[in-house]
Design a protein around this ligand. Structure first.
Ligand code: FES
Length: 186
């Protein structure tokens, strides 16, 4: 109803206010939904933007051997200190062909150790065992060790780490790892 002097009635005003509030509520609900729908695209984009981190010159990794290396995780806070220095196992297969394994067991994440005498990675927590190529040998892990994408850059071995692998979720760094390996020998 219009006021006699041409103004807006109370009902009209409430109607407009209701539409405005409904629009605002819809917007608030839409933001997380749109974020959820776009998250795979955003994840791929961030994986593509992951920096390549150097593990050191190739001379540190003799052919045919598996050595421990360390990298500084790119997503760190100043307070992280030493905990942001992440170890990994580097297997130099031959030439420029490598395998870089996450140190965490694929079962519940304990750090695995390399035993050159037996040529096996072993996990101290529940007896998980892996072959030298990272494949599962025995024990509770349901899969082999997680691997980082790598490339040789100006005589340095570099890796892309993304999110750290976890037993419950495939890390971003491991998504499409086969397509992201850029070594000519990979
Ligand atoms: S954490 Fe390695 S076997 Fe369980």
């Amino acid at each position: 109803m219009t006021e006699p002097d041409g103004g807006v009635s109370r009902r009209g005003l409430l109607m407009k206010l209701g539409i405005l509030l409904n629009g605002a509520a819809g917007l608030v609900l839409a933001v997380p939904i749109v974020g959820y729908l776009l998250s795979p695209m955003l994840r791929q984009k961030s994986a593509a933007n992951d920096p390549w981190l150097s593990l050191g010159p190739l001379t540190q990794f003799p052919e045919g051997e598996t050595r421990l290396a360390t990298f500084r995780h790119p997503n760190v806070n100043p307070s992280d200190g030493e905990t942001a220095n992440i170890p990994c196992w580097v297997r130099h297969v031959a030439g420029e062909k490598f395998q870089v394994f996450a140190i965490n067991c694929a079962h519940l994440g304990c750090p695995v150790r390399w035993f050159p005498q037996s040529g096996l990675f072993m996990c101290p927590c529940h007896g998980g065992v892996y072959y030298s190529d990272g494949a599962r040998a025995s024990g509770p892990p349901e899969r082999g060790l997680f691997e980082y994408a790598y490339k040789v850059d100006q005589g340095n071995l570099t890796i892309q780490v993304g999110d750290l692998p976890t037993p419950g979720a495939t890390a971003a760094s491991l998504i499409n790892i086969e397509t992201r390996k850029t070594s000519p020998c990979a």
